[in-house]
Design a protein around this ligand. Sequence first.
Ligand SMILES: [Zn+2]
Length: 128
Amino acid sequence: MKENEYTRQCPNCSKEFVAQRADQLFCSSKCRYDFHNRRARGKRIKVTLIDRILHRNREVLLEFFIKTKPPKVSHQELLNAGFDFGFHTHSSMVKDSQQKCYYIYEYGILKEADGKFKILQDEKLQGA
Ligand SMILES: [Zn+2]
């Protein structure tokens, strides 16, 4: 293959090719299509896995919120129910305190002085 400024390596099949245009990155439209499709599929899979964990977390909090009065649970009870502390949707500082409440959609957990977690609803989302 004659070396010139348009000699490239296809990021999909690793084949060397001569680009017809300066902005041509792939050796063929099939390679471009396959590359972007594979990337989109990988992204979809990751998003699906995280969504599944978040939905499970929300179900756990919802169940405790309804069944436990007042809605307060231990770390172990949350773990036993399948709650994953590594995933939440957002967080906010509690007014007039140094504490942070972690939310999974509209339900939040707030660690209290006794080490248990209070489950509360996000006031910003009330009536939404
Ligand atoms: Zn290719």
